[in-house]
Write a protein that binds this ligand. Structure first.
Ligand code: ADE
Ligand code: ZN
Length: 319
């Protein structure tokens, strides 16, 4: 099996419909009619209705133990697909809505990560993400908490949510705080919006990675700039196709980005929502074993893990 690593998967976006129902039952949370189709899959139509369905799942994850179970279950699933490392996007905003403190939420997640390492040997880390449509004030408040209560498993900061709301520059104070504290930074851009959103992100924020960034392909000057800077794209082809950005894998710019010298990695984003898995992304990428192994190496090099962990993992995937 080709060794794999993942840099872009949303915690609650990894919850299968079956686990969502189980958490709902456990916590007395009911889902609205139409949330699942006849075969039990999540129902959504477009990006905003996807975000809405995603929000519903978030509401069913309530206790520190739930957060631990969700991250454990995801890490276990990708370890079985050959993954040795994963950074999971986890939003403390979700915990806050549930009335959980940052510390209690984190303790649940860390417990799940440590259990997964013990049971499957996979190394997991947390990227704390703010939610763009909640606005820059909440992002800054969250960044302050992340910096004030550091934990070795929390290695980075990111932003998801509705890319059409606010501008990256609005979030610069939050990112600056995080960057000065020595954590890695990434941001969703060039997924729903065009190349201008990626320009705005790389010019305003101290990011070494971009979530998606695939729409950069429309601007040759931007592609050149990403290659020159060595900015790493967290590419999620299955997600892009499910959301209708591209009709199929043949039309997806993954290969063209690689040919242009842009550093790319393969990721699953919100796998059950988009009917994909990390293993599927590798299997369906249309790349040979050497190229896939190179992508895993890029993921580990671009990860926000400490240097000793990176060196250990790089050695592990060579064998
Ligand atoms: N939150 C969860 N999945 C997301 C995605 N694909 N884009 C932006 N925000 C998200
Ligand atoms: Zn994402």
């Amino acid at each position: 099996m080709i060794p794999k690593a993942e840099l872009h998967c949303h915690l609650e976006g990894s919850v299968s419909p079956a686990l969502a129902r189980e958490l709902g039952q456990r916590n007395g949370v009911t889902f609205p009619d139409g949330m699942f189709d006849g075969r039990g899959n999540f129902v959504w139509r477009d990006f905003l209705s996807f975000l809405d369905a995603y929000d519903r799942v978030c509401l069913a994850v309530m206790t520190p133990a739930d957060f631990g179970d969700v991250i454990y279950s995801y890490l276990a699933s990708i370890a079985r697909q050959g993954a040795v490392y994963a950074e999971i996007f986890c939003s403390p905003e979700r915990a806050k809505v549930r009335g959980l403190s940052y510390a209690a939420w984190l303790e649940g997640l860390v417990g799940g990560i440590d259990r997964a390492r013990r049971d499957f040997g996979i190394e997991g880390r947390i990227i704390a993400i703010c939610i763009r449509h909640f606005g820059p004030d909440r992002a800054l408040e969250m960044a302050r908490t992340v910096v004030a209560e550091p934990h070795p498993h929390v290695v980075g900061f990111g932003m998801g949510g509705d890319e059409a709301k606010f501008t990256p520059a609005d979030f610069a104070p939050a990112y600056r705080l995080i960057h000065e504290a020595g954590l890695g930074c990434t941001v969703h851009a060039g997924e729903v919006c065009g190349p201008e959103s990626v320009w705005a992100a790389i010019e305003a924020l101290p990011v070494t990675r971009i979530g998606h960034g695939v729409r950069s392909m429309k601007d040759p000057r931007l592609v050149e700039e990403l290659a020159r800077r060595g900015t790493v794209l967290e590419v999620c082809p299955g997600s892009n196709i499910a959301l209708g950005l591209y009709p199929d894998r043949a039309a997806h710019p993954l290969h063209r980005l690689i040919e242009a010298g842009v550093k790319v990695t393969l990721n699953s984003d919100d796998p059950p929502f988009f009917h994909t898995t990390l293993g599927d992304e590798y299997d369906l990428a249309g790349l040979g074993e050497a190229a896939l192994r190179r992508l895993t190496r890029t993921s580990i090099e671009a990860s926000f893990a400490d240097e000793a962990t990176k060196l250990r993992l790089l050695k592990e995937i060579e064998t």
